[in-house]
Design a protein around this ligand. Structure first.
Ligand code: SAM
Length: 298
């Protein structure tokens, strides 16, 4: 069988119906449920340190250190400017905040997440405070009290970037910085039906309603008052991580009978993750979806 998006979707549909996934709105209850149900899967199949994001690889080969490239770049900015107060938005299992707090004992970090709790091993430091909250409302953080805010693969879940950016702008000190590493749609133009279907399956498969188009995120941030400092296309650098997910998904969907049996006792939220994993590589290669780093300054 020729390896096309259409055939991959057919293979998926031999195991699960895609109708519910395609039509479902990815709201906060869905996001929470997705991350709670996938806690164990991420630890078993991605990495045991609780990083819930893509590695940024320098070459074609994935290495576990690639998972720390984003947070390491943030660490360098903290050092360069001698920042003291940082906020992580969508902190997941706490791995990024722990990395920064551990390396910088004088830094104070507030780590905010809607659905997941930090891993027990990340709760020992006194310079991180975890908040189980929605990042659209940061009323527990004072105006102009933060040097740097960051979100790694988390703003993609927000359907209200206007509110999110205005809250971040409010809490940042003048000249404070916002770092974002995230997935996007590359173009606004109408896609053919199959590519659009695959894109929605990838988005909903990861509990995202719709990836923002990169230009739109930039205009929403600038409307909130930010200036774009740097933008970097990292789409090719995440491919080695995505290929790992693809391999696992391929093994699953290549054996439809076994996959149907496994699906009958695994969470549907876990299966949808494999749907995303199976379709993401071709969409990145065709430049339909991409991955970018943005740095904005107040
Ligand atoms: C892909 S994970 C990334 C976690 C972490 N940034 C990392 O790099 O490991 C996305 C995280 O965003 C969180 N999230 C999504 N929407 C949120 C919201 N409205 N408020 C706070 N956290 C949110 C999810 O609960 C999840 O833990």
């Amino acid at each position: 069988m020729e390896d096309t998006l259409e055939n991959r979707i057919k293979q998926i549909e031999r195991v699960v119906s895609t109708d519910v996934l395609l039509s479902q709105t990815q709201d906060e209850p869905q996001i929470k449920d997705y991350y709670i149900k996938n806690r164990l899967a991420y630890l078993l199949f991605h990495n045991s340190n609780g990083y819930l994001h893509m590695g940024i690889s320098a070459n074609d080969e994935y290495q576990e250190e690639d998972l720390e490239v984003a947070v390491n770049q943030i660490n360098q900015e903290i050092h360069k400017n001698q920042y003291a107060d940082v906020v992580e938005l969508g902190s997941g299992r706490g791995a990024n905040s722990f990395y920064l707090a551990n390396k910088n004992p004088n830094l104070t970090i507030k780590a905010v997440d809607l659905s997941t709790r930090p891993l027990a091993k990340y709760t020992s430091l006194t310079n991180i405070e975890f908040f189980n909250r929605d990042f659209h409302n940061l009323d527990f953080i004072q105006d102009e009290s933060v040097d740097l805010a960051f979100g790694i693969e988390t703003f993609c879940h927000s359907d209200n970037k206007e509110k999110l950016f205005s809250e971040i702008y409010r809490i940042l000190k003048p000249e404070g910085r916002l770092f974002i590493f995230d997935g996007y749609r590359i173009t606004k133009t109408n896609l053919n039906k199959m590519v659009e279907k695959a894109s929605v399956l990838v988005e909903h498969g990861m509990a995202v309603n719709k990836f923002e188009v990169t230009n739109d995120i930039e205009s929403k941030a600038t409307t909130a008052g930010f200036t774009l400092e740097t933008k970097e296309d990292l789409s090719m650098n995440i491919l080695p991580t995505v290929r790992r997910f693809e391999k696992m998904a391929q093994r699953f969907f290549n054996h439809p009978k076994l996959a149907r049996l496994i699906s009958s006792f695994l969470s549907e939220k876990f299966i949808r993750n494999s749907v995303a994993g199976y379709l993401m590589v071709p969409l990145i290669e065709q430049r339909v979806v991409g991955y970018y780093k943005h740095v904005f300054i107040k």
